[in-house]
Design a protein around this ligand. Sequence first.
Ligand code: ZN
Length: 242
Amino acid sequence: MKIALISDIHANLEALEAVLKDCESQKVEAVHCLGDVVGYGADPGLCLELINERCKIRLLGNHEYAALGLLPTDLLNQVARSSLTWTHDQLTDRHFAIIAEFTLEMIENDLHLVHASPFEPDKWHYILTQTEAKEAFAHVRTRLCFLGHSHLPAIFGENSDGSVRQQVGHDFLPDEECRYLINVGSVGQPRDNDPRACYVTCDTSEGDIEYHRVEYDIARARAKMAQARLPQMLIDRLEVGR
Ligand code: ZN
């Protein structure tokens, strides 16, 4: 069964629609959403509705957690805080009801899915180094664990002796003897110097994992953000992908 894993949409409807269309051309049987549907972009409500309609598995990101009032806003930077206030004002009771059904983590078909880290999922730890990956592996309950949060595509492998390495390159066939933490990158706000939307497909029978980059109408997404008077820094980063 081929599935798609998407994360960090960040209210970017143009990127989300382009990715869902690409998923159809990849003939995936399911699209799982790993969180941060809202925050930063101009279309939080429409993105929530589309995710609710298309994804059976919908995980909570820190931005949903904050929108629900569960994350102290003084922990957010100025830009995130002002976008959160704006986002909160756009959401209706129906949108909050959609978010209320999101879960922190999920095990499905032998895949462990989480937004930030399987280590204390509600503390939103980043996994950027081998040391952080090693800490996270202690809490991974399957051979493959997919996550998002950093907006940086990355693969960490754990060898049978417990040592951890970061994979060079992206598309790969997992080694039967190893476990993996796979960061699927970001649909709506990539930060790896490639502005195209990013997502991953996984063939659960063949085992191969593939990264996809999708062009979308960045100018339109930026124009809507400008009209909504969202912070300029958030508008500019879409064009450069960092
Ligand atoms: Zn995010």
